[in-house]
Design a protein around this ligand. Sequence first.
Ligand code: SAH
Length: 249
Amino acid sequence: MLDNFSDNISIVLVNPSHPGNIGAAARAMKTMGLSQLCLVAPDEFPSGTATALACGADDILSNARVCATLDEALADCRYVVGTSARVRGVSLPLVDPRECARNIISEARSQGVALIFGREDKGLTNEQLRRCHLQVHIPTNEEFSSLNLGAAVQVLCYELRMTQLIADDSLEMPKPRSHDLASMEDMERYYDHLYQVLMEIGFLDHSSHEKIMAKLRRLYGRIRPDRVELSILRGILSETQRCLGVGKQ
Ligand code: SAH
């Protein structure tokens, strides 16, 4: 994410029981460009298991804030979003991750935002959800709705990143390496060579050649081979001629 804006977004894990999930959450955050992790009364932290599961996101763990209570963790925030595996009957607006990301991104431009996650075995309590302005549910299978804590952090951080990249018009995927397209001159030489070989192998005859060559031109026009691809095609034609015992072009 860009600038220091992501510093305004804290991922808060409330009372996590498994240190591996703390490490997985740190990894999920770092891959998505987030850095502010807050742990509320973790059962075990610091922990070798957390560090192992963080897979190199150790800086997120060593900078993590550890708080005794949720209120302490949220004290400086202005906007709080609670995550929940089951849709709870608390009277909070409920959104999907994408809409949640739009809300968080717009709030975080000017103030601190917390995205809070519940304990593995029981999730956020109603009391904890009452601290929230918004509730987000990842639309999972209704009969099997609970994601692993680290996986839930990953999904929501991914949505934050995508929303941010799209808003900044900076979503750029790495492009596969490509060569220059073959020039028209090279294409014309190729069509001559192809014509010659198709005649030599008896595929074309004088009555049909124009129509077939026009169709082949249309085909290659759709494909638009690059210079390397065209030289492979030329190589195939030359090799065909060598097998036929006719002169190389
Ligand atoms: N047994 C708990 C699930 C806890 S899973 C329950 O039924 O509520 C641990 C945490 O992962 C949850 O508190 C929530 O923060 C997050 N989580 C898991 N699945 C989720 C989902 N489908 N949508 C949003 N958050 C989810």
